[in-house]
Design a protein around this ligand. Sequence first.
Ligand code: CA
Length: 223
Amino acid sequence: MGQKILIVEDERELADILGAYLEVEGFTPIVAKDGKEGLSAFYENKPDLMLLDIMLPKVDGIKVCKEVRESSDIPVIMISAKSGEMDKVIALGIGADDYVTKPFSPLELIARVKAQLRRYEKSMDNSGMNREEISTGKLSLNKAAYTADVDGQSLTLTTKEFEILFFFARNPNQVFSKEQIYEGVCDDNSVTVYINRIREKLNKFNLDYIKTVWGAGYKFSAG
Ligand code: CA
């Protein structure tokens, strides 16, 4: 049985076409016709990837994506009827990995499905504690070479800055106090200074990956 692709789409004809194309490529399509059914199918079938229409009966695609993200980081490709809908998806930062706007070519969508699955498998391969390369969002970090880049452009960091950013990127969405950060990577407690410098450098690429959690510390989120 091939990798499971959950299609959440209320346009029956489109869902069937996508399902047929996916089957030809060796995938196992699962179709849900509204957001509620989509969520049940997600919990029940544990799909490898999700194709998610935005305008859906019962529960819309944005809500579905947000709920899926609470427990899973499988690739999610959003499907929208209007280009304006995508602005909302991006603005809300709901955690989708890619999107297409109707009408689109099924072959193009299949190519994106494959690309997302490759990217995801690669990140899973690297998910052990000893992994030396991390790619998250637009950021790539290579611990063997102590190099960082954003979308292929080099990001210059000092050794300490690199270690802090690497520490964060390896533990995404977890809140760390300053003490935990410097115990993890530094031998002194100028953590705030280092973090501010890293933020300034990331800001040049319009990335806001290190968030302040008031009263608790910091967390890294590339979503
Ligand atoms: Ca729809």
